[in-house]
Design a protein around this ligand. Structure first.
Ligand SMILES: O=C([O-])CC(=O)C(=O)O
Ligand SMILES: [Mg+2]
Length: 610
């Protein structure tokens, strides 16, 4: 997440009648609905793989054929390969004799061997590459490892190592993953989608690489992010790997270093912007709907702020879309704050919030907290917003700056004298909760944390920027400088810290807690639109999973080791909301949605072949 002073407004609203954007949004929605009427109701040709509909007569066809894999090609097919775990009978029936050494191994033994090998690598990027190779060889084994060793492997396939992988993606590139849609494919995006070998796509994660984590513009090399996010969709949320499609839209990059890099894999040109960008994205969104219909979830990931807000506002009336950085992050942070009240004491409305960073994540989280506060305290949202203060690159957002502020920052411009920096703002506002969403590392200094502790017995500090290098402070700094008093959570993972003989376990406030379960919930009930109440349901479900034992250890999030159970619960609550709102198309409504979610979840266990 990153602060960007140039982003337009979009807030998350629980209740549109409460939302500051309701009028603006209604205007925008009606304007865009007209513009989008061509894709609001697509006709023939949707999901028409074999070109059988009248509507696809004029379209170019990819002539897919299907066959049963056996022998050498079975061993080279990652979805079906079991390596040494093929049984004698399977080796006979599938022409594998001689293609494998005589030993027969179990999946457990394979897992044990691979984990041992993996632990021998000292460099996280080597572990990452080794895991990507495994996925290319044997998909089930890859997911078995990930599911059984989630806490150990999450920092490898996901934040922070995935950030480094993106920075070096050109150099470590072996086989392409997902779909690359560049400006060269302009006018042909529907055909490109048809080249993807899987039919039943349920979730697309798409980036244009402009704001990869807090690392900035990585262009086409941002592909590591959709790939990593979708690995989590499967491992943590149980969405089938075959139903997941990572996509990178390449409209160029403004990263000079990459443009000069001999191993760069993307278009060597400056980013397309304005109308050209909007038209290209519109072609993409139209092609997605034409090819996959109404019920494919499109997750926008790591777009720059201005595009992120605009794309979400533009396509939420016509598509099943979700922005992880705005909505996923807001849901996970709200959940952590609600859980932390047990440790802090008091209600949400008793807290005072100070944010460093007023971009996608900052304003998204702030709005969701204000709405939840307004719901709980039965106070108007205009009042509850006054408990929340934001600092941007120019200092505290205050009334006297209002004229020069972008629209989306205006609701946070409360009356106060100007304050030019974070330390000054901490001293002036006296927050109980300090949240970093600036994308700039090392900004929660010793002075800032000591000032925070001078008027709080137990402050809550959330350093959300990713990866680790961009974190506002480390866990060790938070505990040491607060003399063990802070409750700390961060976007990137930190190891437990020992301070004065006591061990402190930091929480990971990362949208990875929310999007896998949220996505499962959406696809399993056949939702056709995302409503903010579904996000609230996900947030509440997560907060409800923090146990007394977790609280006793100072944790405000449950451990990731329970994530599949947590995801099933989130999925059930999200689906419940979708059914209640009349947005779910999977009928009849299952009686027990948790059991239903569990039965829908991907299992990496090897299947027997006849
Ligand atoms: O990917 C992550 O770890 C969280 C996230 O969405 C971001 O920082 O953009
Ligand atoms: Mg992101």
């Amino acid at each position: 997440m990153k602060n960007d002073d140039t982003s337009p407004s979009l807030s998350l609203s629980l209740d549109r009648t409460l939302s500051r954007r309701s009028e603006e949004e209604a205007e925008m929605a009606s304007a865009t609905t007209k513009d989008l009427s061509d894709i609001a109701a697509v006709g023939g040709g949707v999901g028409d793989t074999y070109g059988e509909d009248r509507g696809s007569e004029d379209q170019l066809l990819t002539p897919w054929t299907f066959s049963v894999a056996s022998g050498y090609s079975l061993l080279r097919d990652p979805r079906h390969n079991k390596g040494l775990a093929f049984t004698e009978k399977e080796r006979d029936a599938h022409y594998l004799r001689g293609l494998l050494p005589p030993t027969i191994s179990s999946q457990q033994a394979q897992e044990k061997k691979l984990m041992k090998n993996l632990r021998e690598y000292q460099v996280p990027l080597q572990k990452y590459m080794s895991l990507m190779d495994l996925e290319e060889r044997n998909e089930r084994l890859f997911y078995k490892l990930l599911i059984d060793n989630v806490e150990e492997l999450l920092p490898i396939v996901y934040t922070p190592t995935v950030g480094e992988a993106c920075q070096k993606y050109g150099s470590i590139f072996r086989r392409p993953q997902g779909l690359f849609i560049s400006l060269k494919e302009k006018g042909k995006i529907l055909e490109v989608l048809k080249n993807w070998p899987e039919r039943g796509i349920q979730v697309i994660v798409v980036t244009d690489g402009e704001r990869i984590l807090g690392l900035g513009d990585l262009g086409c090399q941002g592909m590591g992010i959709p790939v990593g996010k979708l690995s989590l969709y499967t491992a943590l949320g149980g969405v089938r790997p075959s139903a997941c499609l990572p996509i990178t839209i390449d409209v160029g990059t403004n990263n000079e270093q990459l443009l000069q890099d001999e191993f760069y894999i993307g278009l060597r040109q400056k980013r397309a912007t304005g109308q050209e960008y909007a038209d290209f994205l519109h072609e993409f969104m139209s092609a997605v709907k034409q090819n996959y219909g109404e019920k494919v979830l499109v997750q926008f990931e790591d777009f720059a702020n201005h595009n992120a807000f605009e794309l979400l506002a533009k396509y939420r009336p016509t598509h099943l879309v979700f922005n992880d950085d705005i909505q996923g992050t807001a849901a996970v942070v709200l959940s952590g704050v609600v859980a932390a009240l047990k440790l802090l004491g008091g209600t949400l409305a008793d807290q005072t919030f100070l944010f460093l960073g007023a971009g996608e994540a900052g304003t998204g989280i702030a709005e969701l907290i204000a709405l939840e506060m307004s719901k709980q305290a039965k106070a108007p949202v205009e009042e509850t917003r006054k408990k929340i203060w934001l600092v941007d690159s120019k200092g505290l957002i205050v009334g006297s700056r209002k004229e020069s502020l972008q629209q989306f920052k205006k609701p946070w411009a409360h009356e106060h004298e100007p304050v030019k920096d974070l330390l000054g703002a901490v001293k002036a506002i006296k927050p109980t909760i300090l949240i970093g969403s600036s994308g700039v590392g090392k900004t929660f200094t010793k002075e800032v944390i000591e000032a925070l502790c001078s008027f709080n017995k137990k402050p809550l500090i959330m350093a959300l920027s990713n990866p680790t290098s961009q974190s506002e402070c480390t866990a060790e700094e938070a505990y040491t400088w607060s003399k063990g008093r802070a409750i700390f959570a961060s976007g990137s993972p930190f190891d437990p810290v020992e301070f004065e003989g006591k061990v402190f376990v930091p929480g990971q406030s990362n949208n990875a807690y929310i999007f896998p379960g949220f996505g499962l919930g959406v696809v399993m009930c056949g939702a056709i639109r995302v409503h903010d109440e579904m996000l609230l349901a996900a947030s509440e479900a997560l907060a409800g999973q923090v146990t007394q034992e977790n609280f006793e250890k100072g944790l405000i999030y449950p451990p990731f080791s329970n994530i599949r159970k947590i995801s099933a619960d989130i999925a059930a609550k999200v689906a419940t909301k979708a059914y209640d709102l009349g947005l779910a198309s999977h009928l009849p409504r299952p009686v027990d949605l948790v059991k239903y979610a569990e039965s829908c979840m991907y299992s990496p266990v090897y299947r027997m072949y006849r």
